[in-house]
Design a binder for this molecule. Structure first.
Ligand SMILES: [Zn+2]
Length: 360
């Protein structure tokens, strides 16, 4: 889905870019993280944990990062106190600190700033660490792209981007200077009201924080994020068809398309399970998997469609790079402390028993 328009303003006090395709919100970027995916650090191993096959690395952030042996530069777990060059694979979330890698290769290296990249190409990581060890440790060596720039880059690469509306004059000037290729498409917001309010972006963000997603034919998705998995239920609702089977097919097709959009917009990742309207025929099952692959595989993050489980769920994994939109923007509910339930008021069991209170 190529983005044709980007609107840049602020949301909940944070700079935010909204990518739209034919007026529909399809991508959001919030520049909230002090730590960014692709940031490069010179860190020091604070604690090896051979039992878990990893080491905690102090990178000068609130939480130490975790470097697994498999991600270490030479596949070997570094020693306590050793200096290491690491890149951020995933920012901190909840109780988990950031995830690091010592292998600054492939896509990650392309994304880090050019001069540092060139220096990495000339030297081995071990050499680099000893050269850099003369300065303070830990310290940040290179910054990953900020979320807004990354969204603009992605939108521009899609080939359909025709306008970028910015309400902050200072940011507009900065973007014009740093991205000459976008200059003709950059425009200031001239409206009286706030850009996101006037353009319906705030409303669309609110909708992206709701567990319910209405589907075009009358069905709906219910999306629940839990610690272990993201569970998506497909509800037939009033979806119409020439037969029950046709209605189910249509609903599943609408659902697959919507799941593609919602997963990216809400930044859902890790393990995802989907409960489609039951499908038995192998050809139809295969069609749903193909549809999911097409809508979810953006070539940016590792995606693995696991297939149908024995109980009829679709299971997939998507590379995680940080918290979801909801965990970034929403706090824990004070009434239920995040569990989603409170004690139900006790109902009188016998309707003939007199009720207390003013209602009688
Ligand atoms: Zn609650």
């Amino acid at each position: 889905m190529p983005i044709d328009e980007v609107l840049i303003s602020s949301y909940a006090g944070t700079a935010c870019a909204a990518g739209r395709e034919r007026g529909m919100l399809v991508a959001l970027a919030l520049d909230v993280d002090d730590l960014r995916v692709c940031d490069v650090f010179l860190g020091r191993v604070s604690r090896r944990v051979p039992a878990m096959g990893g080491a905690f690395v102090d990178i000068g952030q609130r939480r130490s990062g975790l470097l697994m042996a498999a991600d270490a530069a030479d596949g070997r777990l570094p020693s306590d106190g050793e200096t290491v060059v690491v890149q951020v694979l995933r920012v901190a979330e909840g109780d988990k600190g950031p995830k690091l890698t010592g292998k600054l290769t492939g896509k990650l290296t392309e994304e880090i700033p050019g001069n540092f990249n060139a220096r990495l190409a000339d030297t081995t990581l071990g050499d680099l660490a000893s050269v850099l060890a003369s300065g303070p440790i830990p310290r940040r060596l290179a910054r990953g792209p900020d979320a807004i720039e990354a969204l603009l880059q992605h939108a521009d690469a899609g080939g359909a981007l025709r306008s970028i509306v910015v309400d902050d004059p200072a940011r507009l000037v900065r973007l014009r200077a740093t991205w000459p290729a976008l200059a003709s498409r950059l425009q200031p917001w001239r409206g009286q009201a706030s850009l996101f309010e006037a353009e319906g972006v705030s409303e669309a963000i609110e909708a992206a924080l709701s567990p319910r997603v209405p589907l075009p034919g009358g069905g709906k998705l219910i999306i629940e994020e839990t610690a272990a998995v993201v569970a998506i239920d497909v509800d037939l609702g009033s979806e119409a068809g020439s037969s029950a089977k046709a209605a189910a097919l249509a609903c599943n097709q609408h659902a697959a398309a919507a799941i593609g959009r919602e997963v990216r917009l809400r930044d859902l990742a890790g393990r995802i399970v989907i409960d489609f309207i039951p499908v038995r025929r192998p050809a139809e099952r295969a069609k749903i998997l193909a549809a999911l692959q097409a809508v979810l595989d953006d070539g940016e993050r590792a995606l693995k469609i696991g297939g149908w489980t024995r109980t009829g769920l679709v299971e997939l994994t998507r590379e995680k790079r940080g918290p979801s939109l909801a965990s970034r923007l929403l706090g824990v509910c004070p009434a239920c402390a995040g569990c989603g339930r409170v004690h139900a008021p006790q109902q009188p069991t016998d309707p003939l028993l007199p009720m207390s209170g003013e209602q009688r």
